[in-house]
Design a protein around this ligand. Sequence first.
Ligand code: HSE
Length: 439
Amino acid sequence: MTAPIKSIKVGLVGFGTVGTGVWETLQKNGQLISDRSNNQFKIDIVKAAVRDISKKRIEDAPDTMFTADWNDVVSDENVDVVVELIGGTTTAFDIVAAALKLGKTVVTGNKALLAERGAELFALSQEHSAAIHFEAAVAGGIPIIKAVQESYVGNDIESMVGIINGTSNYILERMTDAGLGYPEALKEAQELGYAESDPTLDVNGWDAAHKSILLATLAYGSVIDPEEVYVRGIERVTSTDIEFANKLGYATKLLSVVRKHSDGQIELRTQPSFIPKSHILSSVNGVFNAVAVKGDASGDSLFYGRGAGKEPTASSVVADIVDAAHTISSGSPHRGFLPYSEDSKVKSIDDTSTPYYVRFDVIDRPGVIADIAQVLANDGVGISGTHSPVDPENPDKEFVDMVFLLHTCTFGKLKATLKKVLALDSVNSEPVVFRIENL
Ligand code: HSE
């Protein structure tokens, strides 16, 4: 083998779990990467900003590589590629913006940053001819960003439906299969390193929503305002509904839906949904993620893999660094994503339609089913089934769960009708609603 002709120098900001994974992957597979570039380049991590400089991270890394100041990384003139791995949307923004302004390629796995502040950063990327690569921002080790950006370039993408938060998926699975309560399942997910250090965004749906925004931005070319996206997390999912779902033939999953409608509007929503057990997405368990993509030319495809964790995320970061290295070593203009369309119109959640599962807490007295059915009938909301378990130990129990499965209608219509149902004397509290997804 001839020696690579160029060293591409990388600076990391953040050297935690993923940073360590990137270092180890490059140590292990660096030669393979050079070979695959036809020995055009080799990749060297030359600088890393860390919070605590006294902490020894990697035995074979020289101490001189570490600094406590991210400016030392970004402004080091040897550094060609800045890898941002600290998360958040404030300091991370300053780091990425500073690197782009210096014309440096940025690699980041920070979905919150790009979903919340992508407009500003992509503008800087364009202005300074410096690419932002973000494969690690969506679905960990699954190469979905590159697929949407490159492999589907000849398709109009009709939909992308995904399970894209490993923590939520792990928690829901443990609640379903092991009967764990929500807090115990969350604790396990944290111990396994799936959740973010602050798991709020994992469980309130926003981690998945940020990822879905990035998928929609790539597919439809426009920056999307997070305020327009409908997001519900798993914090209030109870084992009662998981068990009902199970009995009725559904799996409960935190699902993100990105779908382009014929009027050009984009349906963009994340929520716990019921998926038929016969659908392949229902068997995506644990920390695994999956994204089902439908292109007008390609038809249906499914991307499946590890959505979180040290090595899978490092795999995506390294792929981005290699992409950057190709661009830099060949001196070509950047091929990173740039928005190409005006703001997309996100469809109002009230105008989106699915069938529904609705559970009412009712007083069990004669006529209660008829009363609810009458309100639904008056509003033209069809019932496809009802379910109400009887407790053989306690047949006279006063309050019971009454489940209705409803035919497809808009969410707006459902909400208006349920308001009327809630006004009935025999209905005790706000009904619990899950969408049943037509996949
Ligand atoms: N915490 C995320 C998850 C992984 O649980 O999927 C990184 O996005």
